[in-house]
Design a protein around this ligand. Structure first.
Ligand SMILES: [Zn+2]
Ligand SMILES: [Zn+2]
Length: 441
């Protein structure tokens, strides 16, 4: 690599020659690398940093968008071979190719933490855990991508999934029993966990929270299996009880629709249309392989999106949107995912109007699955508020900000960055001179 090391070296040599003799002796006689670092790090002045920045400005190191994934995969191989040093080095290489505030950087940091933990480097591990987005600690993950949209026309939209980076022990919270349909919501701020009621809880009624397997996120079979293997009990919460009694239609977010009349398809190995007058029937396997194919296509479009090939991504996603409509139920997760990706692509292009339209569709899917007061809907409303704000759609933005605030207040609390940002957006919109208020989205 052609880096300006020589210029930096001569700068440091000059600085060294100006140091008092006693300091030079202390540093030269230090026995370990960390002692040298300890003695010299306090000598670094802001002007040194300025010089370094000036020096490196002309030497931009290209980031390869595919590199984080590559290095992470290679690191994972080393990790499996128990070569933790090799794994940590590869994850660090991955980090160097990541853009800030991305899912990639969170994952690389998280994996590197795991490798360092195995090596016994606990302090560095903690730093790795704290470095990426703090919100990564929050559970549960949003159903769709969470975006980071800065509030300007030149904004760069990135996506990030919430990643579980660390495990903590909370003795008081541990006293609460599990329900797949709980009456509380849990949020983290640093190492403090807060529990808020999501519904009216009567005197003497049990306060329940969800250990992870929530009725809107997993099927009953998956929940029961997870709770059994992680917590060693058979769940008999009301949600599990009613679901067992219900006939096996399967969740709506995994359902298929009739190719000719768009009604719900029902059945096991062979699915038949729910409309009496319609004779349509099809094998489940056929539909599942179609879904798998669509999934692969959407993943390729997401890759284009990540690499900034927006027009191409949009073109493909619009085709997949039509394909999805022809066989997936309108509340299917994939339908929402495609809409969310389209919204993200248009937001990156600065086409806030189209972005908002697609986001409203993905919001409907999320709402059907998780319920209108869920944290998942809160995250979607937050994104919509950002998009409407950027598009100067003032009445719609104010309305969405209010809805998002109401939902998120219960789940993440008044001190969360999301609530603060919503409040800032509102006061900014209310301060706008009338002439600046453009057409509505
Ligand atoms: Zn249950
Ligand atoms: Zn039909």
């Amino acid at each position: 690599m052609d880096l300006p090391v020589d210029e930096w070296k001569s700068y440091i040599l000059q600085k060294w020659s100006l140091l008092p003799k006693a300091v030079r002796v202390t540093i030269s006689t230090a026995e370990t690398l960390s002692d040298i670092f300890l003695h010299s790090s306090s000598l670094l002045q802001p002007e040194d940093e300025m010089f370094l920045k000036k020096l490196s400005r002309g030497y931009s190191v290209g980031k390869d968008p595919d590199a984080p994934f590559f290095y992470r995969e290679e690191g994972n191989k080393k990790f499996q071979e128990k070569n933790y040093i090799g794994a940590a080095v590869l994850y660090s290489k991955g980090v160097s190719h990541c853009s800030p505030d991305t899912e990639d950087i969170s994952l690389c940091y998280a994996n590197r933490s795991a490798a360092l933990f195995r090596l016994g480097q606990y302090e560095v591990t903690m730093q790795s855990v704290v470095d990426p987005q703090e919100k990564a600690m929050a559970l549960p993950p949003p159903p769709l991508e969470a975006w980071n949209i800065s509030r300007s026309k030149e904004s760069f939209v990135t996506s990030s999934k919430q990643v579980r980076l660390a495990t903590g022990i909370f003795p008081v919270v541990s006293l609460l029993n599990h329900s797949c349909s709980p009456n509380t919501s849990l949020s983290f701020a640093g190492t403090v966990v807060t529990i808020r009621a999501t519904q009216q809880i009567g005197k003497g009624q049990e306060i329940l929270h969800c250990y992870g397997p929530h009725e809107s996120r997993m099927s009953i079979a998956e929940r029961q299996q997870k709770l059994k293997s992680q917590y060693f009990f058979d769940c008999s919460c009301p949600a599990c009880h009613t679901e067992e009694l219900r006939t096996a239609v399967g969740p709506r977010w995994e359902a298929f629709c009739c190719n000719s009349c768009r009604a719900l398809m029902k059945g096991n190995a062979v699915l038949s249309c729910d409309t009496r007058s319609c004779a349509e029937s099809i094998s489940r396997d056929h539909l599942l392989s179609r879904l798998q194919q669509l999934q692969q296509h959407v993943e390729m479009a997401q890759k284009l999106l990540r690499n900034g090939k927006l027009e191409q991504a949009i073109q493909q996603l619009l085709v997949y949107q039509q394909d999805a409509k022809s066989f997936l139920w309108r509340e299917h997760t994939m339908v929402g995912k495609i809409e969310d990706n389209l919204a993200q692509a248009y937001a990156t292009l600065g086409d806030w109007q189209k972005s908002a339209a697609h986001l409203q569709k993905s919001l409907q899917v999320v709402e059907a699955r998780y319920g209108p007061t869920s944290v998942e809907v809160g995250h979607e409303l937050f994104k919509l508020a950002q998009v409407l704000f950027n598009g100067f759609a003032v009445p719609e933005a104010l309305n969405t900000i209010q809805k998002a605030e109401k939902v998120l207040m219960v789940h993440v609390g008044p001190q969360s960055s999301e609530i603060k940002e919503l409040q800032e957006m509102r006061s900014c919109l209310l301060d706008l001179p009338p002439a600046l208020v453009g057409p509505s989205v």
